[in-house]
Write a protein that binds this ligand. Sequence first.
Ligand code: BGC
Length: 486
Amino acid sequence: MPNDVSRRDLAKLAGLAAMGAAAGPAHAEEAAVTDDAGRRFPSDFVWGTATSSYQIEGGATADGRGPSIWDVFTHTPGKIEDGSTGDVACDHYDRYKHDVRLIKELGCRAYRFSIAWPRLFPDGGLTPNPKGLDFYSRLVDELLANGIEPYATLYHWDLPQALQDRVGGWRSAETAAAFAHYAGYVAQTLSDRVKTIFTINECGRFIPFGYGLGIDAPGLKLPQQEVNQARHHVALAHGLAVQAIRAKGRAGTRVGMAENITACLPAIDTPENIRAAEIATREMNAGFLNVILEGRYTDAFLAWSGKDAPTFTADELKTISTPVDFVGLNIYAPQAYVVASERAPGFDVLPMPSSFPHMSSPWLLVGPETAYWVPKLAAKIWNLKTIYITENGTSSDDKVTADGKVHDLDRVMYLRNYLAQLQRATSEGVPVKGYFLWSLMDNFEWVFGYKQRFGVYHVDFDTQLRTPKLSASYYRHVITRNAVSA
Ligand code: BGC
């Protein structure tokens, strides 16, 4: 388009401005409501939203909370793009009652939050801080009083700094043992009301980014063998925690993990490419999901890692693969489009063109079919019976406009397309039981600080005012009808 002709000029020339004014939204709405039969989710589908402790809570030193590795990292100059920290974040620690109302207004019947380990065990040791627990106990009560089921995550990256200092964090199996103690304590104290617990969130992010690339806390750049060893300790922590939760929790407490599975999709859905995508999914998730669900590191992973492979014992593999009740999958960008290959193990990853469309975060490539293929392939490979989409969502360059609203049409577009593909999966019987939109409200987006906004509620970080975006209305509409809105 020539620079001097704007889209508005073109619309005028085409007479579209007048048309826009004439279109009757009420009629469009009615039509959509009556013909959604083919776009419904299962009747017991769980609709929720998700957040994490460091990203929203603030209250960094409140009621005896100890420092986490993210407190130390964000206070180190140069680590966070906008120089910000999570000291205050969304001030959820003080405003949780209001935030629970926001969840309720979306129509969600489930909320996935994370517990800050250093609130419960400020020095990463064995002595609990009852005041820290009390916050989560009050939050859980508030959720239940509002008809919202709590889904708790134990580790969303805020490791007690004391454990980093004392034993090197996930470099040591001692951290796995400390995690199991913490998990058992949470099960013992909260499982009367919290029935679903996620152990670890996104090992696939915090290990490479935190221990290999130095981008996330604790900011280490270790050799590959040590990165693999740290990942092994996280897997071990997961397995030990599953056992501790079963030992200390009420009967019926369900436990699993929430992983940013490396999303491998067939480039074109021929039977050969679908098979290749299955192989790729298993191999590219060999270091965490596969070892948990299969109880062994794959031959290709061990061969490929060579001298950098983690050291492990048969007993550890047994612990790691303690059966789980469900698998949580965080789904954002497609990561590998694959085709069949004669070369072992049987797939080639195609190069991603630089013009592949993405959302406002450059890493967030738009591949709605990720929400179809990923749970479908995972269910097949690991014979899963219960899957939750534990995160899905997008950032957007949201602005509050003069009318006091946020018209995040790009997020609505993204959700509509991903949810349509997820519905396609459930309609084929893929056992996805629920969906947690990331995120309830704008929050501290790690190394990007507050510059990337993922919420369906806009947060003004100066006043802490929450404003529902258009996507909040969209999501409410989906939930009310239990169907994808076209
Ligand atoms: C993480 C969240 C993060 C989101 C968007 C996931 O990787 O679990 O903490 O905010 O993606 O980047």
